[in-house]
Design a protein around this ligand. Structure first.
Ligand code: ZN
Length: 246
């Protein structure tokens, strides 16, 4: 049976260090003796850590399962469970190099250009889909960590979308609109106490400042931000540069 999640799900919703260690464990073949339990829809294996651990994960939710290691015994998602979940989605195959890289933070591609209508449609659809992970917090407090994780997953999914864009007035406008959407979410019930979304927005602002260095016309895309009252003033550096260049 195939898992209900995919590699992207694991990559974007696991914290970076755990994901990287899990990838290493998977790639050197330390996930062994994998078997499936058709009754409770889970996969079981022995994962070789500092000693061999018996591990299982659900095929429905990759972060549900158990491991005999110190973290696993404390109900914390450990690298062994993530490695086994990776094994389940990769079906034993190795992970392509580009997929191993962490999303990191958004960067400016440095390449001038626009995207065509088809790419634009794809971009908008992917942004909307990533935005669904950045949702209002309605409690209870026991879902707090899962909730923060969901915000991280949303930002992680947006990151490669931003970094892949070429630089132009057109794409700068797309990023400004994305920032305004995130801003509305933060003002309307998204509890960003950990600063995940705010941090992502500031990094995207930095990307836009780089855009202006590559193509000064991009500054025109910042005009809708003038005179706006935002929750935490993310737009200030953009309005300032617009002011200086006008
Ligand atoms: Zn473990």
């Amino acid at each position: 049976m195939k898992p209900y999640y995919d590699f992207e799900k694991i990559k974007y919703s696991t914290d970076g260090p755990t994901f990287e260690k899990a990838v290493d464990i998977h790639e050197v073949g330390r996930v062994q003796g994998v078997s499936e339990n058709a009754v409770d829809h889970s996969v079981h294996a022995t994962v070789l850590g500092s000693k061999p651990y018996r591990v299982f994960v659900s095929l429905h939710h990759y972060d549900e399962g158990n491991c005999e290691c110190y973290l696993g015994q404390r109900d914390i998602l450990c690298k062994h469970m993530v490695a086994l979940a990776i094994y389940a989605v990769m079906n034993g195959k190795s992970i392509p190099k580009e997929d191993k890289e962490l999303p990191g933070f958004p960067v400016c591609s440095g390449r001038k250009g626009e995207i065509n209508e088809n790419e634009l449609k794809k971009f908008k659809k992917a942004v909307t889909s990533a935005m669904t992970y950045i949702k209002p917090y309605n409690g209870p407090s026991k879902i707090w960590f899962a909730y923060q994780n969901s915000l991280m997953e949303g930002c992680n999914r947006l990151t490669p979308l931003v970094s892949k864009l070429p630089v132009s007035f057109q794409t700068a406008t797309l990023l400004v609109n994305m920032l305004l959407r995130l801003e509305r979410k933060i003002c309307n019930g998204v509890d960003d106490s950990d600063g995940t979304v705010g941090g992502f927005m500031q990094q995207t602002v930095d990307v836009l400042l780089k855009y202006v260095e590559v193509d000064p016309n991009c500054v025109e895309a910042f005009k809708p931000l003038v005179g706006l009252e935002t929750c935490f003033g993310f737009e200030e550096p953009l309005v300032r540069i617009l002011d200086e260049m006008d």
